[in-house]
Design a protein around this ligand. Structure first.
Ligand code: CIR
Length: 255
């Protein structure tokens, strides 16, 4: 089995990205590119083969490839991103994912961003958000039911995507910001709370028994380390200015 991480280049237009909860601040595309290259090489070190989707320089948010597809073991769901300016991103990702999985698509009027989908075993927790609507959640449920996945609509607030509020860091172990999402929504899982001084610290990428994590959140990183997790930290601060985080920039799956 090969571990694949599909990524996409940082667009020169990244500074024109969508922003919802953040103020626009000056953003250095060169630094973002360097951070993204370091991210790809970290994933490679952790055992992933990096497969790049064709660059889309005219689409500012293209690097945040997670939002364009939900890749499950048996099937890949191509999403219909909630932000109009991001809708064309899925098109370039579909042919890449199709090499590995049969593909199904979320149709209008459904919208869904992959960043709102958190998988725990055969359960897909899906955040209702400014990007993901009820039709999108229903469509996902219909598309994946036959493969034995159960979709659980999940409320959260305070951030863009569900996975900014909660993400998996090990089997049945979730890192979360309890002021943005309630731990009781995830029955049977162990909850690790972020350090309250680091509200954006709940996004981590669990890959090959390691946790890829932004060095912007040292207190929460210490909590993860004390819990016995192997944390691979990197500087992702420039992508964070575009409201991105570590899960957003890859689609990771076995092939
Ligand atoms: C957006 O607003 O869509 C982008 N600027 C950031 C997307 C981050 N993606 C993610 O959390 N999955």
């Amino acid at each position: 089995m090969t571990l694949i991480a599909v990524t996409r280049a940082v667009s020169p237009s990244l500074a024109d990205c969508e922003l919802t909860h953040l103020e626009r601040v000056p953003l250095d595309v060169g630094v973002a590119e360097a951070q993204h290259a370091a991210y790809e090489s970290l994933l490679h070190t952790l055992g992933a083969t990096i497969v790049r989707a064709p660059a889309a320089p005219e689409l500012p948010d293209a690097v945040f490839i997670e939002d364009t597809a939900v890749v499950l073991d048996e099937v890949a769901v191509i999403t219909r991103p909630g932000a109009l300016a991001r809708r064309a991103e899925s098109m370039g990702v579909e042919p890449v994912v199709q090499r590995y999985r049969p593909v199904v698509v979320i149709d209008a009027p459904g919208t869904l961003d992959g960043g709102d989908v958190m998988r725990v075993g055969r359960t897909l927790y899906v955040g209702r958000s400014s990007r993901t609507n009820d039709e999108g959640i229903d469509a996902l449920q219909r598309l994946v039911r036959e493969y034995g996945y159960h979709v659980v609509p999940t409320q959260f607030s305070g951030c863009l995507h569900l996975k900014s509020a909660v993400s998996a860091v090990a089997d049945g172990v979730l890192l979360m910001n309890p002021t943005w999402v309630a731990a009781r929504a995830f029955s049977g899982c162990e909850a690790i709370a972020i350090d309250a001084r680091e509200p954006a610290a709940a996004n981590a990428l669990w890959i090959a028994d390691s946790v890829v994590y932004s060095s912007q959140y040292p207190r929460t990183r210490d909590t993860l380390v004390r819990r016995g997790l192997h944390v691979a930290a990197l500087d992702y601060s420039e992508l964070a200015k575009a409201e991105g985080a570590v899960t957003c920039c890859s689609l990771v799956f076995d092939a």
